[in-house]
Design a binder for this molecule. Structure first.
Ligand SMILES: NC(=O)c1ccc[n+]([C@@H]2O[C@H](COP(=O)([O-])OP(=O)(O)OC[C@H]3O[C@@H](n4cnc5c(N)ncnc54)[C@H](OP(=O)(O)O)[C@@H]3O)[C@@H](O)[C@H]2O)c1
Length: 361
């Protein structure tokens, strides 16, 4: 999934002024056109509830050429609109809901009015996190999403490191008003890498990418989940997907049973890497389920293989359930000095893919 953050700020880092009912225009016309083209490339756009309440944005694709292009690509002319609202208090009469042909989605932690449920798909969760929201959107077929603010929403995505690219437009305006919303709330944010700068009329646009290890890990885990979908679901083995990434950036995919029914996903990826002459020392292995430490079909387990080849990082989504064997890859690998990282964000998908053994989730 590609997550793009897009925001416009003043030279002193404000997203808006503090005057009620008056929206501060920060983008030049040239920048607006570029933002609209980028929006039209996306499947969904996401904003916080306060932005809907204060700005009443329509967030539709107005340019007839962009609409035509989307239709020609087999997509809807408008993109899906998503709003995050803990309180569920967003007006069903706002342009967000009344304009545009795309699906409207509300993420909330509470109840919403019956009228809101009529105009939008409402997803209620006890807690809203960027990872949880993205998992749901992925399920709904969203592959590229644009996060357009405001401050609280941007803070959540940036703090949770859950983004790939950021497009930041900077206007030659000083707001100088401490009551106005800033780009992000106070907190700790990881550093980002600047990859491009451009001048669009009077607006400077900076493009950043997220190179944090967490984001890299999430992307490879998503790919492992994709690989696991290629497994044939049989009762005697889990459907597992894996990706092996060597220190010099070579990537090898695998899934359980890919070349022989008894082969595990990590084993398939390692075999491909060895056949290609790759050096596995210091590599990272990503798998949807914890590497095994007990196995009936072969003497060497996946954890043994990882240790034998000097792989230094093992990243996975869920511990192996105890239905088929009692594995403890975490302790075995960690005790031997391998860095073990568990990222549970895709747990539900992994469990669903293994419903043939684990039952419904
Ligand atoms: N310049 C730009 O590019 C740009 C873009 C967008 C917006 N803005 C500006 O940004 C300002 C609004 O920013 P803002 O920070 O006040 O609001 P916001 O991020 O638009 O919305 C905040 C609201 O979103 C919901 N929310 C966000 N994260 C949540 C979470 N983890 N759990 C539950 N609810 C969550 C809550 O809704 P509930 O209150 O309903 O619980 C929260 O109050 C406006 O002035 C707008 O003009 C500027």
């Amino acid at each position: 999934m590609r997550i793009i953050i897009s925001a416009a700020i003043s030279l002193d880092g404000y997203l808006d002024n503090s005057r009620e009912g008056e929206r501060l225009i920060l983008s030049s016309p040239e920048d607006w056109r570029a933002v609209h083209s980028l929006r039209a490339e996306c499947d969904a756009i996401l904003v916080g509830a306060e932005t809907v309440r204060q700005d009443n944005p329509a967030l539709v694709i107005r340019d007839p050429n962009l609409r035509k292009k989307r239709l020609a690509e087999g997509r809807t002319a408008d993109i899906m609109k998503v709003v995050v609202s803990g309180s569920g208090k967003v007006d069903p009469q706002s342009k967000f809901f009344t304009e545009g042909e795309g699906q409207k989605v509300v993420f909330t932690t509470g109840d919403v009015s019956p009228r809101l449920s009529e105009v939008a798909t409402v997803i209620s969760r006890p807690e809203l996190t960027s990872v949880g929201i993205m998992v749901e959107l992925r399920r709904m077929g969203v592959r590229t999403v644009m996060i357009e603010g405001g401050s609280k929403t941007l803070s959540m995505f940036l703090r949770e490191k859950d983004w790939d690219e950021m497009r930041l437009a900077i206007a030659p305006i000083l707001v100088a008003d401490q009551r106005a919303p800033r780009l992000v709330a106070d907190g700790h944010y990881p550093p980002m890498s600047l990859v491009k700068t451009e001048k669009l009329g009077q607006t400077s646009v900076l493009h950043f990418v997220n190179r944090t290890q967490h984001r890299v890990d999430c992307n490879y885990l998503s790919r492992s989940v994709h690989n696991s979908r290629m497994c044939e679901a049989v009762p005697e083995r889990y459907s597992v997907g894996a990706v092996l990434v060597t220190r010099d950036g070579r990537e090898f995919d695998g899934y359980t049973g890919e070349t022989a029914p008894e082969n595990h996903a990590e084993e398939e990826a390692i075999a491909k890497a060895l056949a290609a002459g790759a050096d596995l020392r210091g590599a990272s292995v990503y798998s949807t389920i914890e590497p095994c430490t007990e196995r009936r079909s072969k003497p060497e387990t996946c954890s043994d293989l990882i240790l034998r080849h000097g792989i230094e990082r093992a990243v996975f989504t869920v511990r192996e359930p105890t239905k088929l064997a009692k594995c403890n890859g975490i302790d075995k690998l960690a005790d031997a000095g391998v860095e073990v990282v568990v990222i549970p964000a895709l747990t539900n998908e992994v469990l669903e893919i293994n419903a043939h053994i684990l039952g419904g989730v």
